[in-house]
Design a protein around this ligand. Structure first.
Ligand code: APR
Length: 247
């Protein structure tokens, strides 16, 4: 494992432009369940019933019961994985983060350049007047919650069947094609178009390093190597190795 950590540290140190793609796995150590791991969110909630835009339009109250029960989204704090990426950005070694996560934890850890590929579930948007509010500012006493204009509020994350925010998609493609190193952290890489970003980077000549306790669809053909470790352990170790190389 130490050898892989050293290789990753050397790669980050010598890269011209490093970016990261993150998924639910980086927030697992903050107590937020992932989607597809055993006991994950999609084990408890059928995504066809709770995570498609059709499901929301059909029965917004039902979808909001999941959101209300998903208390971790409100209480979770960043972990050493999030803080490590913020530190790499401050060290000038990480250009930006493309995140599939909707939990605002990268920003809470101090990361400044975060592309929210799937929106942000710590906010709500009115489906009529498009007003956006922090989730904390609305009452979930009665579901679904309604806007003053009479429209229904929807969590401001991207539901299956909704388009990726155009700016996030366009910028992510740009960043993937102009980086020379992509760290792919805590994603099973099965949901597109996010899962296409590592291959875009690879085809543009970049190296791709995964950090994930489990192999993914990228392992062995898109990624150069995988560090089979938790993000909250591997990322601080990579930073320590970088600092040791510099001293
Ligand atoms: N550190 C790093 N990786 C981890 C950790 C950890 N501590 N714990 C779990 N993982 C890995 C798992 O092995 C798995 O490969 O994180 C991955 C989580 O995969 P998913 O649950 O499929 O989550 P993600 O890839 O982010 O899902 C993509 O699917 O449901 C939609 O919109 C949702 O953004 C989400 C998208």
């Amino acid at each position: 494992m130490q050898d892989l950590i050293q290789q990753a540290a050397q790669a980050v140190r010598s890269a011209r432009r490093t970016i990261a793609l993150t998924g639910a796995g980086i927030s697992a150590e903050s107590g937020i369940p992932t989607f597809r791991d055993p006991g994950g969110l999609w084990d408890r909630y059928d995504p066809e019933e709770y995570a498609t835009i059709e499901a929301f339009q059909r029965n917004p109250g039902k979808v909001w019961t999941m959101m209300r029960d998903f208390t971790q989204l409100k209480t979770a704090k960043p972990n050493p994985g999030h803080f490590g990426l913020a530190q790499l950005e401050q060290m000038g070694l990480l250009h930006c983060i493309i995140t599939q996560n909707v939990d605002n934890l990268h920003q809470a850890a101090g990361s400044r350049d975060v592309i929210e590929f799937h929106g942000n579930m710590r906010q709500v948007v009115c489906l009529s007047c498009r007003k956006v509010l922090p989730l904390d500012e609305i009452s979930l006493a009665t579901l679904p919650p309604y806007c003053g204009c009479g429209g229904v509020f929807k969590p401001a994350g991207v539901f299956f069947g909704e388009p990726i925010p155009p700016h996030a998609l366009y910028r992510s493609q740009e960043e993937a094609q102009s980086c020379d190193l992509m760290l792919v952290i805590g994603t099973s890489a099965v949901v597109y178009p996010a899962a296409a970003m590592p291959r875009l980077a690879k085809e543009a000549g970049a190296r791709v390093i995964e950090i994930n306790p489990e192999h993914t669809d990228l392992t062995g053909w898109v990624s150069d190597f995988i560090i089979p470790e938790k993000a909250g352990i591997a990322i601080p170790q990579i930073i320590a190795a970088i600092k040791a190389m510099a001293s």
